[in-house]
Unconditional design. Structure first.
Ligand SMILES: CC(C)(COP(=O)(O)OP(=O)(O)OC[C@H]1O[C@@H](n2cnc3c(N)ncnc32)[C@H](O)[C@@H]1OP(=O)(O)O)[C@@H](O)C(=O)NCCC(=O)NCCS
Length: 229
């Protein structure tokens, strides 16, 4: 019969495709583990494994608007501006992991996005939320005080890292919201994310607690530990 291939070769091809997909999944997982080990050592690898299973935590850092804002410039000639509604497509190409629905949700919640452009192209971004924000990493809503802001989803294009892009955006955010009536600005950063911690600490953020969860699936207990007030 024409057009109906024999059943065995189809089955064999499907099995081969499944084996190939499995092989790729394991090789990707192995690559991620080796990168974590290389960048952060055994401690980072251990928390990565815990993070994939039963335990996740982020350091909470705060910065008061009363403190002077340091002068930090990127070593790239970037322009920092707000992301407008017309830049949506460009943003989705820059951050393909963000869905259109998620982007809409952020704008509807009145979150602000600050982006850095180098030679006209997006190279960095950072979001700011007021009143509440959602942490995907912790699957948890963060409820903010009326006088608090929360910075999240900071990202620099891998080719432009370590040139002060994230720090410069961070400082621009501080300048923008200084005098807006907010008392402090907060970030949540993985203790293993040394680049992010360094960028935050340069612009005056200091740790004040830990937020996270222990558990699996729906049996998760979230916790908040404050180290100082
Ligand atoms: C974290 C991230 C946003 C930083 O962006 P960036 O533009 O490279 O940041 P900056 O250059 O402003 O600052 C990074 C600082 O960390 C330093 N740094 C980089 N890697 C480091 C490491 N492993 N250990 C210690 N410091 C490190 C850099 O030298 C730089 O410090 P300096 O300006 O004093 O030299 C970027 O690495 C990124 O997009 N990572 C993936 C997404 C992510 O982790 N986002 C943060 C979520 S909280």
């Amino acid at each position: 019969m024409i057009g109906v291939p024999p059943a065995r070769p189809i089955r064999a091809r499907m099995d081969a495709t499944i084996r190939e997909a499995d092989r790729l999944r394991w090789s990707l997982m192995w690559k991620r583990f080796m990168e974590t080990l290389h960048e952060g050592g055994m401690r980072a690898l251990w928390f990565k494994i815990l993070g994939e299973t039963v335990y996740r935590r982020l350091l909470l850092l705060e910065r008061s608007f009363d403190e002077p804002i340091p002068e930090i410039r990127s070593r790239l000639p970037i322009i920092i501006q707000g992301l407008g509604a017309t830049d949506t497509e460009e943003y989705l190409r820059f951050r393909p992991g963000t869905t259109r629905a998620e982007l809409r949700r952020r704008f509807e919640a009145k979150h602000r996005c600050f982006v850095a452009r180098y030679q006209g192209c997006l190279v960095g971004c950072s979001w700011v939320a007021a009143t509440h924000a959602w942490s995907y990493y912790l699957s948890h809503e963060l409820v903010l005080g009326a006088d608090e802001l929360y910075v999240y989803d900071t990202f620099t294009h891998p080719h432009c890292r370590d040139r002060g892009v994230a720090s410069a955006i961070g400082v621009e955010i501080l300048r923008h919201f200084r005098g807006s009536g907010h008392r402090r600005i907060i970030r949540a950063i993985s203790p293993e994310n040394h680049a992010s911690l360094q960028a935050a600490s340069k612009s005056g953020y200091r740790p004040y607690g830990t937020i996270g969860y222990v558990g699996i699936g729906p049996w998760r207990k979230h916790f908040l530990r404050l180290t100082r007030r």
